[in-house]
Design a protein around this ligand. Structure first.
Ligand code: SF4
Length: 733
């Protein structure tokens, strides 16, 4: 069965998965389900940002959906998750009423009055006793950015707390930091049309066929007969259908990228004009002098010839080369420098700001980009900086709030928030639409930390998540499809989502819950103009004036729908409009100017560091983790509720093991094995395949046991967890 599923998910067959309605969605529509009308909504899973056409009955309730044709992102396609996006709304474990844990430890259903009173009373009391740094929230990249902004502004400006972060820290903090440091702003340059306009497409740490099936379809639409190079330790579904698979050693990426720069500079295959738009080239050239192919071959796990050949391919004069990365780069202890090594290659070869080029991070969650601009967690809302007095003053006057309500200090990052819980400094946590008790690295630590918390609130669609089950108070929230707002995809395209179903029971949209909390807290007046999501959109739009993400030219939601979504920037001024040559596909940096004070991009680099947990005699295997199938999303909180999606993925964990290792361990196919790390252990069935190299094993990240094993190390610049390479032992049961 597993083999069949994996085979089904290889590239060419992906087209069937995304285009054949009968198998995954509509099929033949019974007459009772014929829609009275339709509306559109951006899919609420991944950051591809496909638009779906929602079919409504006469009362305006969703009865089905299909991919929207003509939308510039998905061009009429959707992956299995998109086709089944309505299923999770009908799950039986929806949170339909607030739940409050009683003295015996049992959840009791309560009304909103009791829930809100408890929430406000407990948090105010903790703040009064322990100060404003004693409460933190952890949120998400999965809710509309109007809700993110209300949450972040309410928490910091209204309730007067400081520390908050989102699960976007787990997926793209590395890309954010790399872009900010190199370009002066968190600015992914690509537009998806670049997939179709490249001559060489390099996918590094990115399994598009599985993780972003529609973006793989965009690659398939490329008519330039591109070289498709996958750099990945594992023979992923994408690597199997690429023109080249560069099977590096885990975390051999940084030395390899420096060696490529070495060869390109040595051979003079550089673009002087592009280098003129950068600073630090002479230091960078000197730095990579030592990174000869011979010196990195062992670390990269490649031959000298393979490195030379790759360097020649990615710097061929006249060829358009685009680099795309996802979690294989971001989730690393040195991911920021890896991302910047990719950026450096694009800058020195002139592969930026032109069709078919770019150092392009593909974001993870549907609204991670919205979180980056508007969540008011790491960055001040609207693409501003908490440390900048001018920015604080501008935001205060634009929002009509006292400037002293805006903190100048940064928030603790996700891992630092947990450290502060451990140290007894943070006493209460508010978790919104995320599930760290499943997804956080070395997650068993959270069970210990739970004991240290005086109060844990979880606001979610379901009462059954690992995090909700640990809570003192559960606030029932509406999900995607039950509320409105905007999301921003990986290519900076803003699109709308719509309420097409009523949330069950007493569940409310996060927006409504936050408004009620603001009133109870006594700061409702501060958000008097934040009446509904579209009103908030306009407030946020106006805040972006003059920033790189300026969207002051967008009138309203109707314009977003009418124009097929709109990529930022979209400023109001005519000259800016001319500069960005408004069209439905726009890339950044066409003028060679970056967002740094002197307009030049920075070439940043440091020497590679050793893997924090290398293999040894006791733990001889390197554990790789990643997405399992295109039907699974993260912790399965939603996709696990769809019967059809569940049928498309193995229900129990499996571990990919190389045949040589299986032989040495005495394993038959499907044998039960135990995988142990220094932090925990789990069981899985052995899937024996050459998809992994000898000495490596691969586990899909969706199963809750997997993060019992992962190693809690972090990139020092982005604080993103290093999920991808730790040491484990495998034994037959
Ligand atoms: S999950 Fe991603 S690829 Fe699939 S339909 Fe939704 S946005 Fe598109």
């Amino acid at each position: 069965m597993l083999k069949k599923i994996l085979k089904q998910h290889t590239g060419p067959l992906t087209r069937d998965l995304v285009q054949e309605p009968g198998r995954f969605g509509l099929g033949k529509i019974p007459s009772r389900l014929k829609p009275a009308s339709t509306t559109t909504s951006i899919c609420g899973f991944c950051a591809t940002g496909c638009q779906l056409k929602i079919h409504l009955d006469e009362a305006g309730n969703a009865i089905n959906l299909s991919p929207q044709s003509g939308y510039p992102v998905n061009l009429g396609m959707a992956c299995p998750k998109g086709w089944q996006a309505l299923d999770p709304l009908d799950a039986t474990d929806r949170a339909t009423t607030p739940l409050l844990r009683d003295e015996s430890g049992t959840f009791q259903p309560v009304g909103w009055d009791t829930a809100l009173d408890t929430f406000v009373t407990r948090l105010k009391s903790i703040k009064e006793t322990h100060g404003r740094e004693s409460v933190a929230f952890l949120s998400t990249g999965q809710i509309p950015f109007e809700e993110m902004a209300l949450l972040g502004c309410l928490f910091k400006f209204g309730m007067g707390f400081l520390h908050c972060d989102a699960n976007t820290r787990q997926c793209m903090a590395t890309a954010v930091t790399a872009y900010k440091q190199s370009f002066g702003f968190d600015a992914p340059p690509a537009t998806y049309a670049d997939f179709e306009e490249s001559d060489v497409i390099v996918l590094i740490g990115a399994n598009l066929c599985i993780a972003y099936p529609i973006l793989w379809q965009r690659v398939m639409l490329n008519r330039r007969n591109p070289e498709i190079i996958v750099i990945d330790p594992r023979s992923t579904e994408t690597a199997q259908v690429a023109t080249q698979h560069v099977a590096i050693r885990p975390k051999g990426d940084l030395p390899l990228l420096y060696a490529l720069a070495h060869c390109i500079i040595r051979d003079g295959r550089i673009d002087e004009t592009s280098i003129g738009n950068t600073e630090g080239f002479s230091e960078f050239s000197e730095f990579v002098t030592d990174y000869t192919p011979a010196s990195v071959a062992a670390d990269a796990g490649l031959s000298i010839e393979a490195i030379e050949q790759l360097a020649a391919t990615v710097s061929e004069p006249g060829k358009r080369v685009s680099w795309w990365w996802t979690m294989g780069v971001n989730q690393s202890y040195e991911g920021v420098r890896v991302a910047q090594a990719i950026i450096n290659l694009c800058l020195i070869t002139g592969n930026i700001g032109k069709p078919g080029t770019g150092p392009n991070s593909i974001t993870g969650q549907c609204n991670a980009m919205g979180s980056r601009l508007f969540s008011n967690t790491t960055s001040l809302v609207g693409g501003h900086d908490f440390a900048n007095p001018g920015h604080r003053s501008k935001v205060a006057s634009s929002l009509g709030i006292p400037e002293e309500n805006i903190p100048s200090e940064p928030s603790l990052a996700y891992d630092e928030i947990f450290d502060a819980v451990e140290a007894g400094k943070i006493k209460a946590l508010w978790i919104v639409a995320t599930n760290p008790f499943h997804s956080w690295i070395n997650r068993s630590r959270l069970d210990t930390l739970r004991e240290k918390l005086d109060f844990l609130v979880v606001q979610d669609m379901y009462h059954s998540t690992e995090s909700a089950r640990a809570a003192d108070l559960v606030l029932p929230a509406a999900g995607w499809g039950e509320k409105s707002g905007c999301q921003i995809n990986s290519e900076r395209r803003i699109g709308t989502i719509k309420a097409v179903k009523k949330a069950p029971g007493l569940a409310l949209s996060d927006f409504r819950i936050l408004r009620l909390i603001a009133d109870r807290w006594g700061c409702g007046d501060m958000f008097g103009a934040w009446t509904d999501p579209e009103a908030v959109f306009k407030i946020l739009r106006d805040l972006t004036a003059g920033r790189p993400c300026d969207i002051t030219g967008i009138k309203d939601y109707d314009q977003l729908d009418g124009e097929g979504g709109i990529q930022w920037p979209y400023p109001k001024s005519k000259t800016q409009h001319e500069k960005f040559k408004m069209s439905t596909q726009r890339r950044l940096f066409e003028d060679g100017k970056f967002f740094t004070p002197n307009g030049k991009a920075k070439l940043l680099f440091t020497a590679p560091s050793p893997n924090p947990e290398p293999t040894d005699a006791e733990y001889p295997f390197t554990l790789l983790t990643g997405r399992g199938t295109s039907s699974q999303w993260h912790t399965l909180t939603r996709t696990g509720k769809s019967k059809l999606l569940a049928r498309m993925a193995p229900p129990k964990p499996y571990v990919e093991t190389h045949p040589d290792d299986a032989r040495a361990l005495g394993l038959e196919s499907n044998a039960s094995v135990v995988i142990r790390s220094r932090r925990g252990e789990m069981r899985a069935s052995a899937y024996i395949a050459t998809t992994v190299q000898a000495g490596h094993v691969f586990l899909p990240m969706h199963y809750p046991e997997v993060n019992l094993l992962t190693h809690p190390s972090f990139d020092p610049h982005s604080r993103q967890p290093n999920y991808k390479a730790c040491a484990v032992a495998v034994t037959a049961v």
